[in-house]
Design a binder for this molecule. Structure first.
Ligand code: SAM
Ligand code: GLN
Length: 304
């Protein structure tokens, strides 16, 4: 018993040293360096974080080296989600890999709004432009049972979205095709009630964090003004019988107002932090729904 006790103390001491070292290295890029060190250790040693915290790490030199390789990689800003190849979104675990946009928490709010619209307005067919990992399309389909047509220009994104469609068992509800905007589904354009998107909307000149530089450029940036995606979208399609719900940057309000012009009604919606983060556009043929929409989303609508 004595020797076991000594053994475990010794291994904990070694672990403490390694964990402290990893934490110090990760401080550069993370506000929660100890948590990230534990997450990486859990990934490398294939043990739960809690167990690692209590019992320390197995003394496996090879795996300890691997652990520090990943700690150093992460310390250069490489996103944790790309190392783990997964990300949580709306309570589901999505597969993700380098080359595919990492879904953000704020986009969960776009999904909640879309779900409210689908359920309360009894919408039948949704489209998701720039689906990435399929985060929005799959969550909306899973939580409402509505059908979703998804597109992305990136081959890698389409592949990841297909993996997630199988993983989440929504093959009957979500279809994803490679292509820009709604081009792969032109033959079904008339049937679509709601178009959602978290498009690229960052200005080329804007500074972004170290992590974002590891993500695909075409997922983040949209030209000099950040508005190019919206400009092309509004130009391309007849939206008179559509609802359009998209994520946006706060500085883009004026630009989006100009694009929508007289074509329908435009509402800006706030996220939980109070920023105007989404817009909802109702084409002229959808104005009969305006009163209901305003009631439904009153807590977010910016009337000022
Ligand atoms: N919807 C996902 C999410 O929220 O996690 C991904 C959003 S990411 C900000 C934007 C995505 O749009 C990228 O996957 C990018 O490849 C895709 N994309 C950019 N321009 C596009 C276009 N014109 N048509 C379709 N997809 C586009
Ligand atoms: N808000 C994202 C960021 O982290 C960008 C998302 C987007 O362009 N759709 O920069």
């Amino acid at each position: 018993m004595d020797s076991r006790e000594n053994g475990s103390k010794a291994s904990r001491k070694i672990w403490d040293m390694n964990l402290e070292k990893a934490k110090d290295i990760l401080k550069k890029v993370s506000d929660v360096p100890m948590l990230e060190a534990l997450i990486l250790a859990s990934f490398v040693f294939d043990e739960p974080k809690e167990k690692i915290l209590i019992h320390g790490l197995p003394k496996d030199e090879k795996l300890i080296r691997r652990f520090f390789e990943l700690v150093h990689k992460r310390s250069k800003g490489y996103p944790l989600q790309y190392i783990l190849k997964k990300v949580e979104f709306m309570g589901y675990e999505f597969y993700i890999e380098e080359g595919v946009f990492i879904p953000r928490n704020v986009t969960e709010e776009l999904v909640e709004i879309a779900i409210d619209l689908v359920k309360n307005l009894r919408l039948k067919l949704v489209a998701d432009i720039g689906t990435g990992s399929g985060a929005i399309a799959i969550s909306v389909a899973k939580m409402t049972g509505v059908k979703v047509l998804a597109t992305d220009v990136s081959e890698k994104a389409v592949k990841a979205a297909r993996i997630n469609i199988s993983k989440m068992k929504v093959q009957d509800l979500v279809i994803v095709e490679k292509g820009e905007f709604l081009e792969p589904f032109l033959d079904r354009l008339d049937e679509i009630d709601l178009i959602v998107s978290n498009p690229p909307y960052v200005k080329k000149s804007d500074e972004v964090s170290k992590e974002v530089l590891y993500e695909p450029e075409e997922a983040i940036f949209s030209g000099r003004t950040g508005l190019e995606f919206y400009e092309e979208f509004f130009k391309r399609y007849d939206l008179s019988n559509k609802l359009v719900l998209m994520e946006m940057g706060e500085s883009e309000e004026e630009g989006i107002r100009k694009l929508a012009g007289e074509r329908g009604k435009l509402l800006f919606l706030r996220d939980f932090s109070g920023s105007k983060r989404f817009f909802l556009f109702l084409g002229k043929g959808m104005l009969n729904l305006l009163e209901k929409v305003i009631q439904l989303l009153s807590s977010r609508i910016d009337l000022g």
